[in-house]
Design a protein around this ligand. Structure first.
Ligand code: 1GP
Length: 271
């Protein structure tokens, strides 16, 4: 699906991401949970608008406890009215998928103990994604201790915080299987990923690394980008602060990601 962002045309959301990572070194995503118990679609749209004004490069829609597709669609509809950057589904399950988004991360929770989260849900959702013509970006998803809700719901065999080699081995296997990106996290709202996991992955992978979970300061974000993260995801911080301060605390964090990214130039090939 052709997308237009700030007067630049891209054939796909994936192309937008790769070209932008290669140009800027590091990107920022704002994660919005479409759960109506957290916020209404209109409030979600205001959050997305402020995040775009603060410099974010994309809006992720998703959460581990999203069970209602109606709210996913309403949330995307409202956000679309307010922002230009791509809206990408970050699905906690099949109920998160909607053709209203620009793309979906077609993810496999590779360190789950339950095949349902590795290939089961994906098989069930595959026809719908194909027939609706939704752009899908394949992504290996790995959860490191403590894992929070995502780890519990996904029945993950959490990767130990002191064993970056295990995370790197799973990530490399994911790349060898053909996944286009890797997402590393330690769970939402908790401890950030130890940067050693990212730096080891970045030494051996030739696909982009997305990292998220527990980022609240410029220093947190800088540490992840310096370790080699290509996209930094923030959810809880934005949910707590952005409508109180209109993004005045988010903008410097995104700025730090961009400034640090300048010194970490990338040359990813499109897969
Ligand atoms: C969760 O990485 C994201 O998948 C965001 O985490 O809510 O802690 O920012 P936070």
């Amino acid at each position: 699906m052709v997308i237009l962002v700030k007067n630049e045309k891209y054939k796909t959301t994936y192309e937008y991401l790769i070209e932008k990572i290669n140009k800027e070194g590091a990107l920022h995503f704002c994660l919005i949970d479409p759960d109506p118990l957290r916020q209404s679609p209109k409030r979600a749209a205001k959050m997305a608008y402020c995040a775009e004004e603060s410099g974010t490069d994309g809006i992720l829609i998703g959460g581990s406890t999203v069970f209602d597709q109606v709210y996913v669609e309403k949330t995307i509809d409202e956000i679309k009215k307010k922002v230009e950057v791509p809206i990408i589904i970050f699905p906690g399950g099949i109920a998160n998928v909607s053709q209203k988004a620009d793309a979906v991360f077609f993810m496999s929770l590779l360190n789950s103990e339950d095949p349902y989260f590795i290939i089961g849900q994906q098989a069930l959702g595959s026809y719908m994604i194909k027939s609706a013509g939704i752009e899908y970006i394949s992504m290996g998803y790995l959860i490191i201790e403590p894992g929070a809700s995502a780890g519990w719901i996904g029945n993950a065999r959490l990767l130990p915080r002191n064993k970056p080699k295990l995370t790197a081995a799973y990530s490399l296997a994911a790349e060898m299987f053909g996944f286009q990106m890797i997402y590393l996290e330690a769970g939402s709202g908790g401890d950030a990923i130890p940067p050693e996991h990212i730096s080891l992955c970045s030494q051996i992978l030739s696909i982009p690394i997305i990292a998220g979970g527990g980022i609240e300061t410029k220093e947190d974000a800088r540490e992840l980008v310096n370790a080699g993260a290509d996209i930094v995801v923030m959810g809880t911080f934005i949910e707590k602060n952005i409508l109180k301060d209109n993004g005045s605390t988010l903008a410097p964090i995104i700025n730090e990601i961009k400034e640090t990214g300048k010194y970490n130039k990338k040359n990813y090939k499109k897969k």
